[in-house]
Design a protein around this ligand. Structure first.
Ligand code: ADP
Length: 492
């Protein structure tokens, strides 16, 4: 059997080209680790208008123009360009169609704050165009590795639309679920755009979900293998209805084929020793650069720099998933404590309003940044003492793992990937890397923050936790080998 494979890694966002969350970080890093292992891995994503052309435009080469993609009764044009991710170089194809992708944001209309009304069509086009692209390139992957609902139709299209074509024969598919809360749920009429016969849509069929079309369900039932981004989350999505979002039963029917592989971290980007976004680099042997970062972070947020007062940082999408209702519940009590609070995030309007009101109410203790700012994200990781992530559910979570590397001690809830990546500090235990609470309640959260703030005062103990945290490695090398093992299994 072959020891290296041809893999097409398919994602709707890839850092640094386009990013709204952790999916982009994973899509920008895992393929590089797999390339290092010797595989011929290539990436593909839509050519969004938001891609920074100053950074990448010069490098985009045009491969094909005007490939015809059948959407319902019409044909739409796909242009195929390509560029590279760097270190090591990974070929990255970009599928262009100005009407679908030349928009300010990836999934949402910023003017209405609602999803683009034609998201089903935009991603049906992407799924179909990918399969036409590989034929145009005459490059037949052994495996198509798909990620999340946006590309979950590929296994179905392979089976229904390319069944009799020898070029596609034997291509295997792997689906990685990064967040099952997002499923791509659309009305039945999108079947026409998919060119799928109505006869396949009946109660209990793989295409039907409570009278609608559910892209992720299709991916789960038609992929050869399914992975998700931590072991605990792999169990929770099958067993816990609050986490499975209605797909528990569907997942249980595939339980033999579901695996949990924790995400790694790209330490060429998230590492205080070499991070170019922070004012002074540091590592575990000398933390003075962390104090410089704390000073810059507090001053930039209009706060007084006080080395003895802990700064609690948050970088997050502002959604219910991330536990903001708990933070709202305890915020006034939190502000009675001797600490400073810095937030970076965008998301639901209700949370924008709430945090704007906190900024007004507590100007001397809070720095509220309601925007997407990668540089500030790095500064918060470096300049905070504590990182807060009290999620309701969390597939893997990346920021708590970045925090470990930056010696910024996470407070997390015992759920999903948070549970798998943080070790609770229990006073006696020598190996604690953070503070964990179980029950989803404001009272528990407040108690845990209180405990962390108390321990922060005890410098030798706090330093020990920092050393434990910074010594942790969540390198992609290890996780990439787990994926490699599954690819091998698929091709047996
Ligand atoms: P999720 O994918 O659920 O949003 P993760 O913790 O897995 O959460 O990953 C979030 C990623 O997005 C991290 O790299 C984080 O730094 C980044 N991020 C989230 N919000 C912002 C923001 N407002 N500005 C800059 N980066 C952000």
């Amino acid at each position: 059997m072959k020891s290296t494979f041809k893999i097409l890694f398919v994602s709707s966002e890839i850092a640094p080209l386009a990013k709204t969350g952790g999916l982009a970080d994973v899509s920008g890093a895992l393929p590089k680790a797999l390339k290092t292992l010797g595989h011929d891995i290539r990436l593909v994503m839509p050519e969004y208008g938001s891609i920074d052309k100053d950074l990448y435009g010069d490098h985009i080469e045009t491969n094909f123009q005007n490939i015809k993609i059948k959407i319902g009764t019409e044909f739409k044009n796909a242009n195929i360009g390509s560029t590279f991710l760097r270190n090591p170089e990974v070929k990255t194809y970009l599928i262009g169609n100005d009407h679908y992708y030349n928009r300010q944001e990836l999934y949402r209309n910023p003017e209405t704050n609602e999803d683009w009304s034609d998201n089903a069509e935009r991603f049906i086009f992407f799924n179909k165009a990918i399969l036409e692209m590989i034929r145009a390139l005459d490059w037949r992957p052994d495996i198509i590795h798909i990620n999340d609902w946006q590309v979950s139709l590929i296994p179905l299209f392979l089976k229904l639309h390319h069944r009799n074509d020898p070029f596609y024969e034997g291509i295997r598919t792997m689906l990685t679920i990064h967040n099952i809360a997002y499923q791509g749920l659309f009305p039945k009429h999108v079947l026409k755009l998919m060119n799928i016969d109505d006869a396949l849509f009946y109660s209990g069929s793989s295409i039907e979900y409570w009278g609608k079309v559910n892209f992720l369900k299709i991916g789960i039932l038609h992929s050869d293998i399914i992975t998700t981004v931590s072991k605990t989350y792999a169990k929770e999505i099958q067993q816990n209805e609050d986490v499975g979002f209605g797909l528990q039963g569907v997942l249980q029917s595939r339980s033999e084929d579901i695996y949990g592989i924790v995400n790694g971290i790209d330490y060429s980007i998230w590492n205080p020793k070499i991070d170019s976004f922070i004012p002074s680099n540091y590592d575990a042997t000398d933390l003075s650069g962390k104090s410089v970062s704390k000073k810059e972070l507090t001053l930039r947020n209009g706060l007084k720099y006080e080395p003895e007062i802990p700064v609690i940082g948050i970088i997050s999408r502002l959604t219910d998933q991330k536990g903001f209702d708990l933070i709202e519940e305890i915020f006034d009590d939190l502000m009675k404590m001797n600490l400073q609070f810095v937030l970076l995030g965008t998301g639901d309007k209700k949370y924008h309003d709430i945090f704007e009101s906190y900024q007004k109410k507590y100007p001397d203790k809070t720095g509220i940044n309601l925007l997407f700012d990668n540089q500030l994200a790095h500064l918060i990781e470096a300049g905070s003492d504590i990182f807060l992530m009290p999620s309701k559910f969390e597939p893997c979570g990346l920021n708590q793992i970045y925090s470990l590397k930056y010696g910024t001690i996470p407070i997390v809830r015992s759920v999903g990937g948070l549970k798998d990546t943080i070790i609770n500090f229990e006073g006696k235990r020598e190996n604690g890397t953070g503070f964990i609470f179980k029950k989803y309640s404001g009272k528990e959260l407040l108690k845990t923050i209180n405990k962390a703030v108390e321990v922060f005062k005890d410098k030798p103990v706090w330093n020990k936790i920092i050393q434990n945290a910074m010594a942790k490695e969540f390198s992609w090398d290890v996780s990439a080998k787990h994926y490699e093992k599954l690819y091998r299994k698929l091709l047996k």
